[in-house]
Design a protein around this ligand. Sequence first.
Ligand SMILES: [Zn+2]
Length: 355
Amino acid sequence: MGASSVLYNSIVTMTGLKDAIKKMPKAELHRHLEGCVRVPTIIDLARRHGLKLPTFDATELAKSAKLSGPMGSLAEVLGMFELAQSAFVSYEAVERITFEAMEDAFAKETIRLLELRYSPDFMLKGKGLDWQKALDVMLGAIRDFQRNRPFFCGVIVIASRSYGMESALKTVDFAVKNKSRVIGFDFADDEINYPSSLYAGAAKKLHGAGIALTVHSGEEGEYTQVLDTITYLNPRRIGHGVKSVEDPSGRTLELIKEKKITIETNPWSNYLTRAVERLEDHPLKKFITAGVSVSVSADDPQILDTDLNKEYLLAVEKIGLSMDDLAYANRCALAASFLPPEIKQEAAKAFRAKM
Ligand SMILES: [Zn+2]
């Protein structure tokens, strides 16, 4: 009886926690559009456009489209991204995927401020679609979705480092050309072979154009990469930053604090890619204790089979955050958002509104 009532109470508490988290209006800063493609959408678009898929059965395809446990190999994950990427087959597809990403965020996760990022060169490679027109379509979908909802969304442009310098520079020029329409820029993927020092000139150009910068850094490799990112690129935010806590001198964390850099953490993503061996080892709580500005994000919700509700729940149950810590991370996210100040003020009202 005693044991079962303890069990009952913990189930009630868990349901209460889940419920409280679901209802919390949230700000999401680190989410890739290419990681937001629903499996039934991949199938539907493949059918309409006569594309090949390993299977047209949603349950079966999910096995090759979603990572269910820590990755066996990088090739396995890259294959999943390729499947999702294949869906960006037309402007209508770009519009639909953008819409569905917002719909999931708004309805399922109670996200009220969303920053969606995408790599034009990756997303549109081999599709014969125009970068400019694809961005116009995305921004149009965002405008329409926001019209009657307390929802605020902006787009960050990514340079995929592994696509080489020419691609990165082309992407920087594209962002500069669209500086009044996109909210920020990001350098993502393979930091080991394409270190931040390579992009110092590109970052200068972005800073000169007044484009806010975030950088995927310290997800794998060494904490020194995070130091290099700060030195060479001077970003306002860093994606992942897991390795920064491994600096034995503590200097890296100090610098992050001094420079008021926000770390966009992605706990479940870091566990699946083995950036941390166990969720319990994730440095999110350490960042908060050290007084660093942090946000909690889902990275690629469809591919990593996660969402912000799950990330928040794991942060409490596995990483030791309190509800106050979650509220702190959410406030940090709102404050560190690249959306214009007047839009952030509007978003703050949606956060205060009773759900
Ligand atoms: Zn990411």
